[in-house]
Design a protein around this ligand. Structure first.
Ligand code: MN
Ligand code: MN
Length: 295
């Protein structure tokens, strides 16, 4: 089962510069083949279907624990997409065609299907699909796939980084590059334990150090590139059997109990021109205030 914390894994910059086409590009990191939905659902399904759990506890714990972190990553990408869409349209009466800017945007579904917010789709509007999940049941093959997936995800993040200079998108990408580096190394370490092959020698893929991306640096300075969070009050302790020893770039690998401190989720403004949360938000506010008195 899951517990949930009403925070993002990092504090996103409070910069509100609408860029709906950048938002469409960032959707690749949500619902693309190598997006966060894919890492989330691959590791989730592999953990649900894991055989020989008690015998292979460190490997089960690793996959289940990383799956839980990925759940917070889709949340972070969604917050980024939402941020990039704020301010695209003006609050005008329907007769003034307030949603006209949506006509010429790459993803016009932001303006028709949602109230200018994130979707479980890729950058071309294609819905995320279960066919992106690989779960053969062979532990080595599944871990090898996960290693491939994390590196494919890294390539996509770097390419999206090269597509937009938006500070919110870049902050999110910087953090997720660092976290993806942890996951790629964790799966490499797991494969090394199982096979004796030094998989981590292949890293980084693509062959560009994270240091070249300035937004990764504050996280690296905090040692986040060496830290595996244990996303559970008590469970998944056996990740320590795999996440230990030196990091290839120096320093020790650390398991930290509990999630990162994180940051607040930016509050999205009312959007009467999209009828969200209603055309007259003041009426909804009065109803909500009445309910809150019952607390
Ligand atoms: Mn991720
Ligand atoms: Mn990952």
């Amino acid at each position: 089962m899951y517990l949930r914390i009403d925070r993002l894994q990092i504090e996103l910059p409070r910069v509100w510069e609408p860029d709906p086409n950048a938002a469409a590009a960032v959707q690749e990191l949500f619902g693309g083949r190598f997006g966060e939905m894919s890492t989330l659902m691959n590791y989730t399904m592999q953990s649900f279907n894991f055989r020989g759990k008690s015998k292979l506890r460190p490997f089960y714990d690793l996959i289940a624990n990383i799956a839980t972190e990925e759940l917070g990553h889709i949340e972070l990408v969604a917050a980024t997409v939402n941020n990039l869409l704020v301010g695209t349209t003006e609050s005008l009466p329907p007769t003034e065609a307030p949603l006209a800017p949506g006509k010429n945007m790459r993803n016009s579904h932001f303006f028709t299907e949602t109230a200018q917010s994130s979707m479980p789709i890729n950058s071309m509007g294609r819905p995320w699909e279960g066919g992106y999940v690989f779960n053969s049941g062979d532990l080595i093959l599944d871990l090898l796939h996960n290693f491939f997936l994390e590196n494919g995800a890294r390539l996509q993040k770097l390419r999206i980084y090269e597509m937009t200079q938006h500070p919110v998108a870049r902050e999110m990408i910087g953090y997720l590059l660092v976290r993806g580096g942890v996951h790629a190394l964790a799966y490499a370490r797991a494969l090394e334990e199982l096979t004796g092959v030094t998989v981590s020698k292949m890293l980084p893929i693509p062959d560009i150090p994270d240091d070249r991306i300035p937004e990764t640096r504050p996280y690296r300075e905090q040692g986040i590139h060496r830290t595996l969070y244990r996303f559970s009050p008590k469970d998944y302790q056996a990740i320590r059997a795999i996440w230990r020893g030196p990091h290839p770039e120096g320093g020790e690998l650390i398991v930290r109990d509990g999630p990162p401190e994180g940051g607040t989720i930016p509050e999205l403004p009312d959007l009467p021109e999209s009828f969200a949360p209603g055309y007259d938000p003041e009426t909804l506010k009065i109803i909500a205030e009445r309910l809150m008195k019952n607390l």
